[in-house]
Write a protein that binds this ligand. Structure first.
Ligand code: NAD
Length: 397
């Protein structure tokens, strides 16, 4: 079939297999063009099919030569429906990793469940020689069914305490308008922490430790975000920020629990980037559009793969003490948060409206990156060609 992008809100309901494969290849090529990293050799990535998790898996495999297991929640194609982008990304990743002689295994299912944790432990035993020396936790999920109570929690992106109003962009139409978001209820705050906080990460690490599949000196890492004051009410001081506080607290607890294995747990604060998850956060797409323009002009722009390569090579596996901030967090949002970058972004923020959008923001770059998440607008792919939407992931089919 001929596959074109189809939108529902900030979600694209189609994905292009060749385009996704090309996007993955571009990330692999970037990592291969950089020096090798003396890093982990057996890696589990939870949330490995898109965004930061996919980039972590690619750096582990092609930068460190690691065998990997990836866990994710994606859909294969059925009849005339394409698979989700993460499905195609994983198919492309596995094929390339296997070609390079690496073990690459995947598990498609609900990472919050006990069953998927058990399946993963079995795969570590059967396919990775019994132990992992790195666990990346990179889930971004809208809901979680609690494995013990069966209760379903939904995460929301809302301010706490009072309504929040600011500018936002509809990046399809280019319309910039004022939007107001009503504050979350106490229950919504609690539920968002249940979904995006650290409890599930803790459950994963407890289950892996209990099953004796963590190697001596294991490293585990999860990802967080802080961002500028402008987005504090909706992000860092909002519902998701509360979940991130919990995730960061969990890192300290895990770090203490892993001491007997000589292990360590970190949270890395990453840069704001276009992913399926960040597209859903009000205000953030407009902020990212301006940020991209400023960072590209200053020669400081990085994408997911560059961020993850820097995380592994200059922070986690550079050979010495891992540099962290006063709260023990790794910061690879350092370039985004540079005062001169933030000042320039804030100046443009004041001026931005529908008329100035194209000129003072990189909305074009935002749109392109968004389409590319689903394998569209990718150089070297002929979108008028018939393509088979049914693509196998070698370890699943
Ligand atoms: P993403 O949407 O690209 O990836 C989410 C991953 O989670 C996918 O692999 C998806 O399949 C998987 N997933 C979701 N629900 C699942 C479930 N129930 N079971 C198994 N897998 C499931 O998101 P992302 O932006 O890469 O976010 C990853 C992490 O990075 C999040 O913690 C996010 O807060 C953080 N982060 C993102 C940004 C950003 O700007 N995008 C910045 C800093 C930190």
């Amino acid at each position: 079939m001929i596959i074109k992008p189809k939108f529902r809100g900030f979600i694209c309901t189609t994905a292009h297999p060749d385009g996704c494969a090309k996007q993955v290849q571009n990330q692999i090529d970037y990592v291969k063009s950089r020096p090798k990293i003396d890093g982990p050799k057996k890696v589990l990535v939870i949330g490995s099919s898109t965004g930061y998790g996919l980039a972590s898996r690619i750096v582990a495999a092609f930068g460190c030569g690691a065998d990997t297991i990836g866990v994710f929640f994606e859909k294969p194609s059925v009849k005339n429906r394409t698979a989700t982008a993460g499905w195609y990304n994983t198919a492309a990743f596995e094929k390339e990793a296997r070609k390079a002689g690496l073990v690459a295994e995947s598990i498609n299912g609900d990472a919050f469940s006990k069953e998927i944790k058990e399946q993963t432990i079995q795969k570590i035993k059967n396919r990775l020689g019994g132990k992992v020396d790195m666990v990346v936790y990179s889930l971004a999920a809208p809901r979680r069914v609690h494995p013990e109570t069966g209760e379903t929690f939904h995460s929301v992106l809302k301010p706490i305490g009072k309504p929040f109003s600011n500018k936002a962009v509809d990046f399809h139409s280019g319309n910039v308008s004022e939007m107001t978001i009503e504050p979350a209820t106490d229950e919504e705050v609690h539920d968002t922490i249940q979904v995006m906080g650290g409890e599930d990460w803790q459950m994963w690490m407890d289950a892996l430790k209990e099953a004796d599949v963590l190697a001596e000196g294991v490293t585990t890492i999860a990802y967080s975000y802080i961002g500028p004051e402008l987005t504090f009410p909706i992000y860092r001081e909002g519902t998701v920020g509360k979940a991130k506080d919990h995730l960061e607290k969990t890192a300290h607890e895990l770090d203490a629990k892993l001491k007997d294995l000589g292990g360590r747990a970190f949270v890395s604060v990453n840069k704001a980037l276009v992913t399926q998850s960040s597209a859903a956060i009000p205000i953030v797409p407009l902020y990212i559009s301006i940020l991209y323009k400023v960072m590209k002009e200053k020669g400081l722009h990085e994408d997911c793969i560059m961020q993850m390569y820097r995380l592994f090579s200059e922070r986690l596996y550079q050979g010495g003490e891992v540099p962290v901030d006063e709260k023990g967090r790794i910061r690879i949002d350092d370039l985004e948060m540079m005062p001169e970058v933030q000042q320039a972004v804030m100046e443009q923020w004041e001026l931005i409206d529908s008329a100035t959008l194209e000129e003072i923001s990189d909305i074009e770059g935002y749109r392109r990156d968004f389409f590319q998440l689903f394998g569209f607008e990718t150089e070297g792919v002929d979108y008028d060609q018939e393509v088979d939407p049914a693509v196998n992931i070698p370890s699943i089919d």
